[in-house]
Ligand binder design. Structure first.
Ligand code: 5GP
Ligand code: MG
Length: 174
């Protein structure tokens, strides 16, 4: 059996809660009355999305989109595809993309371009974590949770070879 890395905590459940609460307050202030569609990027954003929307007590919709990116390795290939698209009409709607992490920025840049072509009324990005040291293309993060060091993160939705998504803390592996 291949040996598994042992995740170490970077941000605890309490620190994540405080961050999600802060982001929810910012988003509520800007989107109250705008019936936004929150678009989660699968799979990594599922836990963040679930915690975030519970704090947004106003009308909104939830969608998910799935992109091919990392595969099983750690490096972004830069070749990105939509493998599971949206079910609702997004033209003329206020869209807020919910991402787990912006690393090189290639994935999210692709997605924002893809969505912009569908002519939404507005398009913004909320990312729980940002790894700016690895950026290859500029990305504007409208709602940013936590800036993280150049480590491979797991937990709170993020995986290492599909494992560790269920950890309640944001951890890193070496
Ligand atoms: P990017 O295209 O910005 O390099 O990477 C985007 C995607 O790669 C993220 O949405 C995430 O799914 C994955 N990713 C980037 N950095 C990490 C990391 O540290 N840990 C994990 N588990 N996934 C990452
Ligand atoms: Mg992701």
């Amino acid at each position: 059996m291949s040996s598994q890395p042992k995740p170490r905590i970077l941000f605890t459940r309490d620190e994540i809660d405080a961050t999600v609460n802060r982001l929810a307050a910012e988003i509520k202030k800007d989107y109250l009355g705008k019936s936004p569609i929150l678009i989660g990027v699968l799979k990594g954003s599922f836990m963040f999305m679930a915690d975030l929307v519970r704090l947004l007590d106003f009308p909104l919709e939830v969608e998910f989109i799935r992109l091919s990116s990392y595969g099983r390795g750690r490096e972004s290939s830069g070749k990105i595809k939509v493998v599971q698209g949206l079910r609702s009409e997004i033209r003329g709607r206020n869209l807020l993309v919910i991402e787990d992490i912006v690393d090189t920025g290639l994935t999210i840049s692709f997605l924002l371009d893809y969505l912009r072509k569908k002519k939404p009324a507005s398009l913004k990005l909320c990312a729980l974590t940002d790894k700016p040291s690895r950026r290859q293309t500029p990305v504007t993060i409208d709602y940013l949770g936590l800036t993280v060091p150049d480590k491979f993160l797991v937990g709170y939705g993020l995986d290492w070879d599909e494992k560790f998504r269920n950890l309640p803390d944001i951890c890193f592996v070496e």
